[in-house]
Design a protein around this ligand. Structure first.
Ligand code: ASP
Ligand code: MG
Length: 403
């Protein structure tokens, strides 16, 4: 649709009546020149609070009912925002995910968007209304409410931008854009003007909490231009878009860290085909994502295998591994929670050699020990002791000239 913009506001932007008024002001300002679809999240920490409440009633709450419960947060936001917008004399309408035509699959609490039938949104836009859509929710093939996974409002916003062929997806948040590093850790971190989808995916994947990773994948697939910007100022933020040649001149675009990883090792497993498949197959069966993997060269026909999983999965992974080790005649299972992953990301790495060695040297010069390393075309990550995290991020940021 012509001249249409999708604006998404996260939970912190609609946490109080004052903040909702601020959002209403921004939306109505935009609506003077554009057609506008707004996507909002649940206010403040409401989603966390609702999860807490349910867990007071059951250890593992029923997932269908969880979805219904969690969806109420976003529904409060859309109704309140629409009330605020209408009180300013603008015409607006709120729509839940199902009303907006967002169809999801059957996986409660982690549903994927299957398709969007935007007819109702379009007909309301044609009546010159501002359309306010509840993020993070849709309807599944059983006609039940489904939610899209934590942070899912970003996904709603990006998917709607694609389905409605809007010109841009604006993500309004409490930071001014995407930074070269977390500004709370690195005081001279700079806001990036633009970033490619792949870089943003790597940054989102290593714990820069700006946007949900899946939403970036969808944006990449449909070539949706995302503008991450502040809810509280008019300044331009960061554009996330397809690669342009200019981006390659920058070797490293950002430094990220993730304190949510833990390291596990299984020692002295027999060196024969099928062992790794058995170990990682068992983890996959429990839905445990493995990040880095290292297998050492065998001595005496025995191997050590180390890998990382998220801290939430550690307990299950350790007990699984102990069982496997017993069955395979392996050695002890060792784990360490006090680790962190630091990563440097940049599409320029593809054409500039020597980036990895520079990273290792910077860490070494600062007495920081590297426990594990992994690389992709545009990212190098190291597992280090968690107490070195802040220092590592700062020296890498400075060392690669990002300040
Ligand atoms: N309210 C949901 C959450 O907190 C969705 C979102 O914020 O995007 O995860
Ligand atoms: Mg939220």
């Amino acid at each position: 649709m012509n001249n249409l913009v999708v604006m998404k506001f996260g939970g912190s932007s609609v946490a109080t009546p004052e903040k909702i008024k601020n959002v209403a002001a921004r939306v109505t300002q935009k609506a003077k020149k554009n057609r506008v679809v707004v996507v909002v999240s649940a206010p403040g920490d409401m989603t966390d609070d609702l999860i807490e409440k349910a867990k007071c009633l059951a250890d593992t709450p029923d997932l269908r009912e969880m979805d219904l419960l969690l969806a109420t947060g976003e529904i409060q936001s859309i109704a309140l925002l629409t009330i605020a917008i209408k009180s300013k004399g603008f015409d607006a309408i709120s729509l839940t995910g199902p009303q907006a035509g967002i169809y999801a699959d059957n996986v409660h609490t982690k549903a994927k968007i299957k398709k969007i039938r935007p007819q109702k949104i379009i007909s309301e836009l044609k009546k010159d209304k501002i359309v306010i859509v509840a993020g993070f929710q849709g309807i599944n093939p059983n006609d039940d409410i489904a939610t899209l996974g934590r942070g899912g409002s970003d996904l709603t916003a990006v998917a709607l931008t694609a389905a409605l062929k809007a010109t841009e997806c604006e993500i309004y948040t409490d930071v001014k854009g995407v930074y070269t590093a977390d500004p709370r850790v690195v005081h001279d971190a700079k806001r990036l003007d633009m970033l490619s989808y792949d870089e943003m995916l790597e940054l989102a994947g290593v714990g820069s909490q700006v946007m949900m990773s899946r939403s970036i994948e969808v944006a990449k697939k449909y070539n949706v231009v995302i503008h991450v910007r502040s809810s509280f100022s008019d300044e331009k933020g960061t554009l996330i878009m397809k690669e342009v040649p200019k981006m390659e001149n920058v070797v490293v675009s950002g430094v990220a860290f993730d304190k949510n990883e833990s390291k596990l090792s299984i020692t002295d497993v027999p060196d024969r085909p099928g062992i790794a498949a058995k170990i990682f197959g068992a983890l996959a069966k429990k839905n445990i994502n493995v990040d880095m993997i290292i297998q050492s060269a065998a001595s005496d026909k025995r191997n050590d295998i180390s890998f990382t999983v998220s801290k939430n999965d550690l307990k299950v992974a350790v007990s699984l591994l102990k069982n496997i080790s017993k069955k395979l005649g392996g050695g002890t299972v060792i784990f360490d929670e006090n680790v962190a992953k630091v990563s440097i990301v940049g599409i320029g790495m593809r054409s500039h050699p020597g980036v990895a060695s520079k990273m290792f040297k910077i860490l070494a010069d600062n007495g920081i020990n590297i426990q594990m390393i992994s690389t992709s075309e545009i990212k190098i990550s190291c597992i280090i002791s968690s107490r070195d995290t802040t220092q590592a991020v700062r020296v890498l940021h400075g060392g690669f000239g990002l300040g």
